[in-house]
Design a protein around this ligand. Structure first.
Ligand code: PRX
Length: 711
């Protein structure tokens, strides 16, 4: 680095506020307005909604959400804070989630499509489950769980299921019986599933022999054997494994069925055909399910969600933020193995009696037009996906949407910050300039949305999720607990000051960790029963613009510290994406003797694009958008990024490569093969450029191996 650069870096640093405040260099984007057509039909078009959900009406405002449900017994206390921060919502109320999502729609909508399932092989027929059919199948599976497995209220059943209709059926069957379900993402390894079985002490595993992914029938049952072995190592014995079959009459797995333990569902089902099971009236605060959050380090956290509060929250937010109407065809292309799928494929949409679409496979199979063919064929009105999918589709099929005759009125982006460039492609090309977009910020722990524009009432701003959703009152705090004010251009830790019905109840089996991770940091008095003393620490960095809109920067550990200057990976990546040729970008720290860390950028270019000169363009763009301090030490052009099965770039892995250190466990990667290719390329280039491996100190090592969330 030249002297001049050094000086500029120093000048930059002296501008710094406290270490807690992450400087933010995003440019302010212009607003986009929802169309009159959208506003005309929206569920929330009356601005009085903001008043109804204002702080002075908290917590009673959430009665409006709870009243969307059918209760067996009305509650007497909306919010009980006596055991803070273990909040209880709608206390005294009783209801059944399965009844609310299925039975209550029969009177008016018995033969309306509840779930439309699209198999991955394009020559296989789409399957339509009407509300009546869903009712029958949920009852039958509930009867089987009760009769064959002997489950009881409060037991936990683990599912390791891909995107097939048996998954929501099994979830709703558990809910019908008061059994807690714990669905583990189908793409996770057997061992990851086993760890979760052991943690939840599940005696039952529901799985399938195989499923299609990228044109291939995967052997999935083999993972059940690994899962059970791992659970056993941790002292938990699974008594029964229920195995669905993807293709009737065939068995897609090489793994033998273990007599007395493994059972094909289709073989035991005849005894339960046509059986009905009464929905069990559950207390509002009874747990409905556990969803393990995919953390970076440490043991996964089993987020325990309630029946009444959770269902009320996802139903209310589905109505107002997803703008779901019963007559919509709603497609959330997430996986039910994630919280997004639980809340916004299954529980929210079905509670509202709409038609929800499920797709088995990968978005680009057999080509980048697949999603849009599905949308066209089913007449999808409402579409929901994650930035990673949007980036992939933009990379592989930038012109595909225009070839298909579908028209979305509403689209969602969820799960990570979306770069303004990518947002604009989503808006212009996927949404054809007609669809309103909500960028929804929330977490597995939260049950439902925390930040989003109200689609008819607030203008959109690319890259910002918008204001807090109704009934949510955030504030951004620095490390000292002082508020970082809106419009200051500074970021800090975003917290939610109040409880809300969708917030998880605890970490399964670990209440101390629950308090410590989410509440201890800003708690004023551990004995207090006043919710005002218990801000929820989201573990996300954020900044608030003068207009009140939040920009979420990602988990607080997704920050690269260059000479004490905290640069958000997202802002670096967003700058890189402003270069036309760039499809995907990932920023990682590399240990640097002078600056502590420097930035390295990994780039994937759009297909057919000449990568010549792109690295320079990226460097220059980052320099002009953020500053010299952020200029990457190296920009690596790679064919593909290592990604989790949920599509998030595994920055920890490329950070290890950039630092010549061991990449650690990569078994949960969707594409572990790319790691070796990238390592060969980057290490040989580095050596050619005169960089040598050196031993890292423990602290340096820590900063690399724990870098970034794997979400
Ligand atoms: O860092 C935030 C990011 O994803 C994290 C939550 O991940 P997970 O629990 O897997 O839930 C994903 C589905 C809700 C958050 O802590 N995140 C989520 N949504 C957004 C986001 N970052 C920016 N913008 C979003 N819209």
């Amino acid at each position: 680095m030249s002297r001049k650069d050094d000086k500029e870096a120093d000048a930059f640093e002296s501008d710094q506020a406290s270490e807690a405040q992450i400087a933010v260099h995003w440019r302010e984007e212009g607003y986009y307005s929802p169309s009159a057509k959208f506003i005309g039909q929206a569920n929330a078009s009356d601005p009085s909604i903001n008043e109804r959900f204002s702080e002075k009406n908290f917590p009673e405002c959430f009665k409006e959400y709870a009243d969307l449900l059918t209760w067996d017994k009305y509650w007497h206390t909306t919010l009980d804070t006596s055991n803070a921060p273990f909040w209880k919502w709608f206390v005294g109320g009783r209801l059944n989630a399965s009844y609310n999502c299925v039975d209550r729609h029969l009177a008016t909508d018995r033969n309306k499509a509840a779930i439309i399932w699209v198999p991955e092989p394009e020559d296989e027929d789409t399957e339509v489950l009407t509300y009546q059919e869903l009712y029958v199948r949920v009852n039958e599976f509930a009867a089987l769980l009760k009769g064959f497995c002997g489950v009881e209220i409060g037991d936990v059943a683990t599912f390791h299921m891909p995107m097939v209709p048996d998954l929501p059926i099994a979830m709703l069957a558990c809910a019908r019986l008061g059994v807690i379900h714990s669905q583990v993402f189908g793409g996770f390894s057997g061992s990851a599933c086993g760890g979760r079985i052991a943690d939840s002490k599940s005696k039952i595993l529901v799985t399938i022999d195989g499923y299609y992914r990228n044109g291939e029938l995967q052997d999935h049952k083999v993972k059940a054997d690994e899962a059970i072995a791992r659970a056993l190592e941790e002292g938990v014995t699974v008594e029964k494994v229920l195995v669905f079959r993807r293709n009737p009459g065939e068995y897609a797995s090489k793994s033998p069925m273990v007599p007395g333990r493994d059972f094909f569902v289709d073989e035991i089902m005849p005894d339960y055909k046509g059986k009905l099971v009464d929905p069990v009236s559950m207390p509002a605060e009874a747990p409905l399910f556990i969803m393990y959050s995919s953390g970076t380090t440490g043991k996964p956290k089993g987020c325990q969600h309630s029946t009444g509060g959770y269902l009320a929250y996802v139903t209310g937010t589905s109505k107002y933020y997803q703008d779901i109407h019963p007559e919509d065809t709603y497609w959330c292309a997430a996986d039910i193995g994630w919280i997004t799928g639980h809340s916004y494929i299954v529980y929210g949409p079905l509670a509202l009696g709409t038609t929800t679409v499920m797709y088995e496979g990968v978005p680009t199979y057999p080509d980048a037009g697949r999603m849009w063919r599905i949308a066209e064929r089913l007449g999808v009105t409402t579409f929901h996906t994650a930035p990673t999918t949007i980036r992939t589709l933009r990379k592989l099929g930038p012109d595909e949407p225009a070839k298909y005759n579908y028209h979305f009125k509403h689209m969602t982006t969820v799960g990570e910050p979306i770069e303004p460039e990518v947002w604009r492609w989503y808006y212009d090309v996927v949404g054809k300039g007609e669809a309103v977009i909500v960028d929804t910020w929330w977490q597995t722990e939260n049950g439902g949305f925390l930040g989003s524009t109200l689609p008819a009432l607030n203008p959109m701003k690319p890259g910002s999720c918008g204001p807090a959703v109704i009934g949510i009152f955030p504030k951004i705090l620095d490390e000292n607990g002082d508020e970082v004010i809106a419009g200051s251009g500074r970021a800090g830790n975003i917290c939610i000051r109040n409880p809300w019905p969708g917030i998880f109840q605890t970490i399964w089996g670990d209440p101390d960790r629950f308090v410590k991770t989410y509440y201890e940091k800003y708690n004023r008095d551990p004995k207090s029963t006043d919710w005002h003393d218990w801000p929820y620490f989201a573990n996300d960095g954020a900044m608030q613009a003068a207009d009140g809109y939040y920009r979420i920067l990602g988990r607080v550990d997704d920050v690269i510290n260059v000479s004490g200057h905290r640069l958000g990976t997202k802002e670096l990546e967003s700058a890189a994406l402003m270069v036309d040729e760039v499809a995907e970008a990932a920023a990682v720290p590399v240990v640097d003797e002078v600056r502590g860390h420097a930035v390295e950028i990994y780039i994937a270019v759009k297909p057919g694009v000449n990568a010549e000169g792109v690295a320079d363009k990226v460097s220059r763009m980052i320099e002009s958008e953020i500053g010299k301090i952020a200029r990457p030490k190296n920009v690596w052009i790679v064919a593909d990024m290592p990604k989790t099965r949920s599509g998030k770039i595994m920055r920890r892995v490329i950070a290890s490569i950039s630092n010549f250190t061991d990449v650690g466990d990569i078994t949960t990667l969707a594409n572990p093969d790319v790691v070796t290719d990238i390592r060969h390329f980057v290490e040989s280039e580095k050596v050619a450029r005169g960089e040598q491996p050196r031993d890292l100190s423990a602290a340096e090592m820590e900063s690399i191996v724990n870098f970034g969330s794997e979400g």
